[in-house]
Design a protein around this ligand. Structure first.
Ligand code: HEC
Length: 151
């Protein structure tokens, strides 16, 4: 890399971190973000539950599409819980998230692992395996909500 390109890169990097530092989103936007992500997770996971509980006909392609969405969305939750976002707008997130962080993060990891396994099971097509993995994944939602979500 030439000297001028190095200088340019350093300059851009400094500008980017300055913008990031000044532009950290305010808590109400962060809370809106995490509620949106979980709203999407709930929407897609609920559709899977309807098929598992036979409230709507089994559709393997639709199941796989939604399970893959949930697995992808499960990767987007971390940005929703930075320090300082425990208050600032109406939220069901309990303050214990920020005082018991390692446990909260472990529960999020459990969810991600099981959601990825659910997408894999859906692609595999074995309905019994899919249903078993659906319950296992649902268990990770409940484990976190019981501790860290109000109502
Ligand atoms: C590691 C913790 C954790 C896991 C795992 C988790 N959630 Fe949540 N969820 C939360 C928290 C915390 C909130 C409250 C967010 C807020 O109000 O700021 C929430 C909120 C929600 C909401 C309400 C969103 C809204 O409109 O405000 C839904 C729906 C939801 N979760 C569904 C799910 C489903 C379905 C799963 C599993 C497939 C899941 N969650 C897994 C912690 C978790």
């Amino acid at each position: 890399m030439t000297a001028s390109r190095t200088a340019l890169a350093a300059c851009l990097l400094a500008a980017a971190s300055a913008v990031y530092a000044q532009g950290a989103p305010p808590p109400d936007r962060v809370i809106g973000y995490r509620q949106s992500v979980f709203g999407l997770i709930g929407w897609n996971f609920g559709g899977l539950g309807d098929m598992v509980r036979e409230r709507r006909p089994w559709d393997a392609a639709e199941f796989t599409r939604r399970a893959e969405r949930v697995a992808q969305l499960s990767q987007m939750t971390d940005e929703g819980f930075p320090p300082g976002s425990d208050t600032g707008a109406a939220t069901d997130a309990k303050p214990e998230i920020w005082t018991n962080r390692a446990d909260f993060d472990a529960k999020m990891d459990d969810f991600r692992r099981e959601a990825a396994a659910l997408a894999a099971a859906a692609r595999g097509g074995d309905q019994d395996a899919i249903k078993a993995q659906f319950s296992k994944t649902g268990g990770t939602c409940k484990a976190c909500h019981d501790e860290y979500k109000a109502d």
